[in-house]
Design a protein. Structure first.
Length: 202
């Protein structure tokens, strides 16, 4: 009985002495867990902030690389080279366009003068006179004695050179005239207008 009582007392005393130690250990574990949760929570929060783009560094605009002076200079040189090589071709197309326009204009004015003569407009001859800057569709037996009030003036394209007669007269009713050839030319091309004695133009 005494041994049992002593053992029981000893056991109770050990438990009583162990209890504060156990409490302190549990408190330390809980504190450690809380710290771990706090640290993990902070890391998670930072991760969410980074993913959401709220971080100032992540939200900053990406750097845009500009052109250097060498790149700009090379681009200008390439453009100049292309323009220089293509300029003669462009000018050739442009003068060809001018030549075609001048050819069609003069041909239409000759047809107009011949038509006026054939319908006997004002019972008079009609013709076309060519000078340096203009074409003139006139009424009369020649340009010098024409009826000035009936003049129809059209500007010329001075880039296109003309050679041949400068005055064409179509007789009333018949529309006949002296046969001739008009040459129109530029640096790159030329066209011709033929007029036969019957006044036919082609």
């Amino acid at each position: 009985m005494k041994l049992h009582h002593l053992f029981k007392n000893n056991q109770n005393s050990n438990v009583a002495g162990f209890t504060p130690l156990l409490k302190r250990a549990l408190h330390s574990i809980r504190s450690s867990k809380m710290m771990g949760l706090l640290v993990f929570g902070n890391k998670k929060s930072n991760s969410l902030d980074n993913n959401s783009g709220t971080n100032v560094e992540l939200r900053s605009a990406p750097l845009v690389r500009g052109f250097t002076l060498i790149e700009i200079a090379m681009t200008i040189v390439i453009i100049i080279i292309i323009f220089t090589l293509g300029m003669p071709t462009l000018y050739q197309f442009y003068t060809q366009y001018q030549l075609e326009g001048e050819h069609q204009l003069l041909l239409s004015l000759l047809v107009q003068a011949r038509t006026f003569a054939m319908v006997n407009r004002n019972e008079s001859s009609h013709g076309v006179y060519i000078n340096t800057n203009q074409f003139t569709v006139f009424q009369g037996i020649n340009y010098a004695s024409r009826t000035i009030a009936e003049d129809r003036i059209f500007p010329r394209n001075t880039v296109v050179l003309l050679s041949g007669p400068t005055e064409f007269i179509f007789n009333p009713l018949s529309g006949t005239t002296a046969s001739t050839t008009i040459n129109l030319q530029t640096q790159y091309a030329q066209r011709k207008i033929f007029i036969n004695s019957e006044g036919t133009l082609y």
